[in-house]
Design a protein around this ligand. Structure first.
Ligand code: GUN
Ligand code: ZN
Length: 659
């Protein structure tokens, strides 16, 4: 019902299948008023819309027409239509005269594609007792709706709305309980007041404490989010659907939406974009128009910018630049910048979802970038890495550093115990923003070369480098830090300085491929893979390593785009032999064994266990429950997704061991 095509952070490009066609997500559902809709939203890019079943139910004429001709004809939209249940009216007027059961059955009767139970939208910051009492009812009604759907064999898809006000544990509890219901979609409710009052930091807590406890293979809808300023942030947190009454409500009020915020028509000297409306009219033209005409034109602009933003977000997910977009967008308002800063508190969670390599480079856009999951991931790897006795720390050169560092390296200051320098027992690392220390052997691996930061460092970056360095050097006996770094970071208290001809970085292809293997597959993998008569073949054009053989037997290829190693059959065999179960492994059930042996791709539902460190784009071994090597390939998902998904491919198998 929901297939994921591309991922970045927790964001996904997906396809939601409905009875009235497929919807590409992230998607925006314009709110259609069943009586007074003036704008053809399809023209502006809407593939799915949302309307209010309660408003139809309450109006005898609309109700009769919906029952006779169906919802789609009533609102004149042939694509998928979602309906809301009247919960919003409940939250505004305090009471409505329809039961949960009635509203579910009514939505199905009029042919809604996706219906909603009668949840209680509890406002933010209420007292706990109210939030708990409301939540109890919301969950009971969600359960009842699922039961009605099963008993009456209803085909309509079902929304189960996460509530819990601003209490993280109530959101978690609600999401956990709803997750066990197997609903078709999970909206996150009662966030409109947070967005209207610019409580974006609290929005992050509410959304994350809901989404982290929802299944990954079901779409989530941020209810009532219609301002394009927040779309990128919400998508990065894992939201797939938005609905917007904002396009028309703001237009009623002479306000124009943009990703930079909202413009009041009365203040505009210039039209803010290049849509049809902004190209054709001036602010004075609009101000001179009759109210209704002006409203419709502003609403068209509002839809145009909202759909343009969603296209940009989907493109960013495809190329792996979603966080760059989020960081840009969140500079539109200090309250949004707070939201990005709050995201850092969930970095361990994001790291579990973020693909290992991306098509685009990592851009540092400000000190928030230092908290991104890619940085956390590298630091975890550095911690695990086996270390030599001494450390030499170099300032950055052009990237890849190892290609441009040669000859005499200059003056160093010595820390720790003083002893004769032994280059074979020394790690060479470059100190740079945003990754901290980068061992020279692995500097071509994504994203350690595929990143950029300004030459002029901000104080946060300098402090970060300083703290990172002083912590990391505790792993070594003797540390030589280049004088440029000493100066830049203003470091004192070294033992002496040295300026030796002997301190040179010697490139060594075998050391390099072993270090990359250790970084990629875990300590020891390098020695296990590259033994025997190792012979390294390089590209004539770029000089980069392409293939590694033992004699004539291929062991790995090095992927040109991200310098990760790609296993051959022999490589898979060696890795399997050397690393303990379940490391680097996907374990499949008995039924899929012959398919895997044959080189067929592995579907998530056949996976019984997997290494929790697997991320999208990782090289993996495919084994049976007795740890017999069946095949090897590339993971399309991360471990937590593989464990959860019941449909779709998990591993793109490269080869089965039978062939
Ligand atoms: N529209 C905006 N917020 C909500 C919510 O919390 N629940 C429902 N059902 N609809 C909404
Ligand atoms: Zn415009």
């Amino acid at each position: 019902m929901f297939d994921i095509k591309a991922k970045d952070m927790r964001g996904r490009v997906g396809v939601l299948k409905t009875n009235h066609g497929d919807v590409k997500t992230p998607a925006l559902m314009p709110v259609i008023h069943p009586r007074k809709q003036a704008i053809d939203v399809k023209k502006y890019g809407a593939d799915i819309v949302i309307t209010n079943a309660y408003l139809i139910y309450k109006d005898d004429e609309l109700k009769q027409k919906a029952l006779d001709k169906g919802l789609h004809e009533l609102i004149n939209f042939s694509g998928p239509v979602m309906t809301d249940s009247g919960s919003f009216q409940l939250s505004v007027y305090g009471d409505i005269d329809i039961s949960n059961k009635e509203v579910i059955e009514f939505q199905d009767l009029i042919g809604s594609d996706i219906g909603t139970s009668l949840d209680i939208p509890t406002a933010p910051f209420v007292d706990r007792e109210k939030a708990e009492n409301d939540l109890k009812i919301t969950i009971e009604r969600a359960k009842e709706a699922v039961k009605i759907k099963k008993e009456n064999n209803i085909k309509m898809l079902l929304n189960s709305v996460v509530q819990g006000s601003t209490f993280p544990d109530l959101r978690q509890d609600c999401a956990t309980q709803l997750a066990s219901l197997d609903a078709d979609l999970y909206p996150i409710g009662a966030v409109v007041p947070l967005m209207e009052s610019y409580h974006y930091k609290d929005l992050v807590d509410v959304v994350m404490n809901s989404i982290m406890y929802l299944p990954d293979d079901v779409p989530r809808h941020l209810m009532g989010a219609g301002h394009p300023m927040v779309f990128a942030l919400a998508v990065a947190m894992g939201c797939d659907l938005f609905d917007s009454a904002a396009y028309i409500l703001y237009a009623e009020d002479d306000r124009l939406l943009s990703t930079r915020g909202t413009f009041k028509l009365e203040n505009l000297q210039e039209m803010p974009c290049s849509c049809e409306v902004c190209s054709k009219y001036t602010p004075d033209d609009l101000r001179a128009m009759p109210k209704k005409q002006r409203r419709d034109l502003i609403a068209q602009h509002n839809l145009y910018v909202s759909f343009a933003e969603l296209r940009l977000i989907r493109q960013a997910i495809y190329e792996g630049s979603l966080m760059e977009l989020v960081e840009q967008r969140c500079r539109a308002h200090p309250a949004l910048l707070d939201a990005v800063r709050q995201l850092a508190n969930y970095n361990e969670d994001f790291e579990k979802y973020d693909p290992r390599s991306k098509k685009s480079a990592f851009f540092y856009t400000g000190s928030e970038s230092l908290k991104r999951p890619e940085v956390l991931r590298h630091h975890q790897k550095l911690k695990e890495m086996s270390k030599k006795r001494d450390l030499i720390v170099l300032p950055p050169s052009r990237k890849p550093y190892s290609k441009f560092i040669s000859g005499k390296l200059g003056e160093f200051h010595v820390f720790g115990s003083e002893q004769e320098i032994d280059l074979d027992n020394t790690d060479f690392m470059v100190l740079d923003v945003p990754f901290g220390l980068i061992p020279l052997e692995i500097d071509e691996v994504y994203p350690l070369s595929q990143n950029d930061s300004p030459k002029i460092k901000d104080v946060d970056s300098l402090e970060y480098l300083s703290n990172f360095l002083s912590d990391f050097i505790k792993n070594y006996e003797q540390i030589l830090i280049h004088s440029k770094i000493i100066k830049e970071l203003n470091i004192g208290l070294y033992n002496k300085s040295v300026n030796s001809d002997e301190i040179r970085y010697k490139k060594d292809d075998i050391k390099k491929i072993r270090a990359i293997a250790d970084y990629q597959f875990g300590n020891g993998a390098g020695d296990a893979l590259f033994k025997g008569n190792i012979n390294v073949e390089k590209s004539k054009k770029t000089g980069k390593i392409r293939h590694v053989y033992d004699g004539k037997t291929l062991i790995v290829n090095m992927r040109a785009s991200d310098s990760f190693l790609v296993l051959s059959k022999e490589g898979a065999r060696r890795l399997h032999e050397s690393c303990p179960y379940p490391k680097n492994r996907i374990v499949v059930n008995k039924d899929s064994e012959p398919f895997a042996l044959d080189g067929k791709s592995v579907f998530s539902k056949f996976v019984v266990e997997c290494d929790e460190n697997i991320r999208a784009r990782d090289e993996v071994l495919i084994v049976n429950e007795e740890d017999k090597l069946l095949a090897y390939g590339k993971s399309l998902l991360s471990a937590c997704e593989i464990n959860e998904f019941m449909s779709g491919q998990a591993i793109k198998t490269r080869k089965g061991m039978k062939k």
